[in-house]
Design a protein around this ligand. Structure first.
Ligand SMILES: Cc1ncc(COP(=O)(O)O)c(C=O)c1O
Length: 458
């Protein structure tokens, strides 16, 4: 008999978590203004709000932290991190930042101007925020198929090359760079194929435009290339990563995802002029160029994490867990963005809470219902997160309305996945009785989902 699949690690340290009663949760969510970001973490039983900075570090990472060199300038830990980044990505100029959005802030301060157009596949919300807050446009040229959640294709995160070329022809002089997010978080953690990256590279050469990879989950993307794209089955993840980055001029990185650290990020490139410009901004915004908002010990952990998470076994364990949760939802008939993404399951709420009007934010409503059901905290990736159009100030209802269940790396077991699936099934089974959603009481101008205050709709 063939042995079943199991994790490529064993557990050395645990943190207790606690269940709560429905009455407690009703009180807590009310106090949190029906916004799960405002809950205290201790009020949550299983926390799927994000996979960012929430992973478990390995024994090797923890021991590397003891070697942190906390010198202000030229710390040895910076060079360990820089060497790992260069070996894995091929980029030799590395500027640390405290997290991914800070790398965006530093780089975009140099490259994005009012009126700029930044095309690519779907921009993550902080990327979009850093572009729009500079009076520029984040132009989403993702393939249309990504919007059909039930369509099963291997590389749903791809950019539509025709749409991209049309945009380049139309706006050429206003485009500072093309940005490719790998994996495409907004489209459901869906990967971008190597062919797509190669095609984008050809376009960029034809029109003399640089390419940046938003690389938060580049290693998960490489896993999908290895397991789904012809010609890559026998390549190592590290070989695939090097090829992916060879089609780009620079990268922004949230190390809180695929480098499995709790905090950190960086910008890396081979364009010396970009580095020279960015380091001036980096010093003002983040700190000196060899630490940029990071501790020496965190740079040590990052170097080890990058190495570990560009190994197949680690990625396979992680992605098979997300697939396991997807398979459970299949059993219960719960629709989600198919196939299962690299870091999360994105539940398609427009197919579930059909009685809740879009003005009452169905995905946010389901997020609250799942918390009330079992203390599970997911995250709305839908109409609330889409913010208002910067010009018309209308809600943007054009995209998908999803509940994201992001799985932290190396944290929960498949027993937790079973609990999540059953809790969601219980809500799903009573979906027709949920007819009212939520109303906004207060919202911020930008990235409102973090701080929005809501109340049950009348
Ligand atoms: C694709 C992508 N880019 C950028 C970021 C921003 O990174 P950070 O949260 O480290 O600022 C994220 C965070 O979730 C992300 O998913």
């Amino acid at each position: 008999m063939e042995l079943p699949f199991a994790e490529s690690w064993k557990i050395k340290m645990i943190e207790p978590i606690r269940k709560s009663t429905r009455e407690e949760r009703e009180q807590w969510i009310k106090e949190a203004n029906y916004n799960v970001f405002q809950l205290k973490a201790k009020q949550v039983y299983i926390d799927l709000i994000t996979d960012s900075g929430t992973g478990s570090m390995s024994d090797r990472q923890w021991s590397a932290m003891m070697m942190g060199d906390e010198s202000y300038a030229g710390a040895e830990s910076f060079y360990h991190m820089k060497d790992a980044i260069e070996r894995i990505t091929g980029f030799k100029f590395v500027l640390p930042t405290h997290q991914g959005r800070a790398a965006e802030n530093v780089l975009f301060s140099c490259l994005v101007k009012p009126g700029s157009i930044c095309p690519g596949n779907s921009h993550f919300d902080t990327t979009k925020g850093h572009i729009e807050s500079r009076g520029a446009v984040a132009l989403d040229c993702t393939i249309d198929e990504a919007k059909d959640t039930q369509l099963e294709i291997p590389f749903k995160g791809n950019v539509d090359v025709k749409k991209l070329e049309d945009a380049i022809i139309k706006h050429h002089d206003k485009i500072p760079f093309i940005i490719m997010t790998c994996t495409n978080n907004t489209a459901g953690g869906q990967p971008v194929s190597m062919k797509n990256l190669r095609d984008v590279r050809e376009l960029s050469k034809k029109y003399n435009l640089p390419v940046i990879i938003d690389s938060a989950r580049f290693a998960e993307n490489a896993y999908f290339i290895k397991t789904r794209e012809e010609g890559y089955a026998n390549k190592t993840i590290k070989e695939i990563c090097l090829e992916m980055f060879s089609y780009a001029d620079g990268m922004t990185m949230s190390s809180k995802k695929d480098a499995i650290v709790n905090m950190g990020g960086f910008f890396a490139t081979n364009i010396e002029d970009w580095y020279d410009q960015a380091k001036v901004k980096g010093i003002v915004m983040e700190g000196y160029i060899t630490y940029g908002g990071m501790n020496g010990r965190d740079m040590e952990a990052l170097a080890v994490g990058l190495d570990e998470n560009t190994e197949f076994d680690n990625l396979e364990t992680r992605i098979k867990q997300v697939e396991y949760l997807g398979a459970k939802l299949d059993e219960y008939g719960i629709p989600y963005q198919r196939p299962a993404g690299g870091h999360a399951i994105f539940v398609d709420v427009s197919k579930i809470l059909t009685n809740v009007p879009k003005e009452q934010f169905p995905a946010q409503t389901l997020t609250v219902e799942l918390f009330l059901e079992a203390g599970i905290r997911g995250c709305e990736i839908g109409y609330m997160l889409a913010d208002r159009d910067p010009v018309t100030r209308e809600n943007r209802f054009g995209g998908l309305d999803l509940l994201r269940l992001a799985i932290p790396r190396r944290v929960y077991t498949n027993n937790h996945m079973d609990v999540i699936a059953v809790a969601l099934k219980n809500v799903y089974d009573r979906r027709d009785t949920i007819t009212k959603g939520l109303e906004i009481v207060w919202e911020a101008d930008l990235m409102r989902h973090f701080t929005v205050k809501l109340k049950p709709a009348k």
